[in-house]
Design a protein around this ligand. Structure first.
Ligand code: PEP
Length: 255
């Protein structure tokens, strides 16, 4: 059975000092997590070391928000998969809509990042999702299918089992607007059929599909109750130890 994954994306928030404060709060509330739930925080690169240090004796794992697709070399300002693995990360977010929108990431570069993440035993959390305009034009299913197909190009079925997909409708990220539980379920079910067509039904049933877009304690229960919603990628609410812990508790209750 799929385990629920509750992942916090801190975005460009919390340098080491603020990270320490947030981690302290989180550790006080949720050092131990139900065995059926996975919990992850993704701080900015400079706070990963602090997070690994604070969380080493807890059930909370640490991931990164991005990685470069080359091993090493003259790529000023970039961070490689081996550096993240060496720093104690288990996961890495790939192709977040903010990366696609502001930093020119494409389906092709998302695919390269996914491949290198897997090579370094970092579980890639591949973000997909449509803009409001695309949804209004009824293009959202086709777009999400294309994003997933491109991201998984060349990834073996065995490696695909380590992949996490995050469905994040762009219109719901950081806006306070959330997809209804029904909208999320319909898309997640569709994503599973896309994965099933690429690999097999068995593999599609094992892959975690997270919902992201203004998830908070007030809507987490409804969203996480949907049969194909296997967790959340949480931005704003993960910056508050109380809110993030509450969402983890909701996931524990549902497991
Ligand atoms: C995100 O950053 O992936 C996200 C879903 O943000 P928020 O929860 O703030 O909408």
């Amino acid at each position: 059975m799929r385990r629920l994954l509750i992942a916090g994306n801190w975005k460009m928030n919390c340098g080491p000092y603020d990270a320490a404060e947030l981690l302290e709060g989180l550790k006080t509330k949720k050092a131990e997590v139900d065995e059926h739930v996975d919990v992850l925080v993704c701080p900015p690169f400079v706070s990963i070391g602090m997070a690994v240090k604070y969380l080493y004796d807890t059930d909370i794992q640490v991931g990164a928000q991005n990685l470069h697709f080359e091993e090493n070399g003259a790529f000023t300002g970039e961070i490689s998969g081996s550096m993240l693995a060496e720093s104690g990360c288990n996961y890495v977010i790939v192709g977040h809509s903010e990366r696609r929108q502001y930093f020119g990431e494409t389906d092709e570069s998302v695919n390269k990042r996914t491949q290198i993440a897997l090579e370094h035993k970092l579980a890639p959390i591949i973000c997909v999702g449509e803009s409001l305009e695309e949804r209004q034009k009824d293009e959202h299913f086709e777009l999400v299918k294309d994003q997933i197909t491109a991201a998984l190009k060349g990834i073996s079925e065995t490696n695909a089992l380590d992949v996490v997909i995050a469905y994040e409708p762009i219109w719901a990220i950081g806006t306070g607007e959330t997809a209804t539980p029904e909208q999320a379920q319909v898309m997640h079910e569709y994503i599973r059929t896309v994965i099933s067509d690429i690999y097999s039904n068995e593999t599609a049933e094992q892959i975690n599909i997270l919902y992201g877009g203004s998830m908070k304690p007030a809507n987490a229960h409804e969203l996480l109750s949907q049969p194909d919603v296997d967790g959340g990628l949480i931005g704003g609410a993960s910056l508050d130890a109380d809110s993030f812990s509450e969402i983890i508790t909701i996931a524990e209750e549902l497991s």
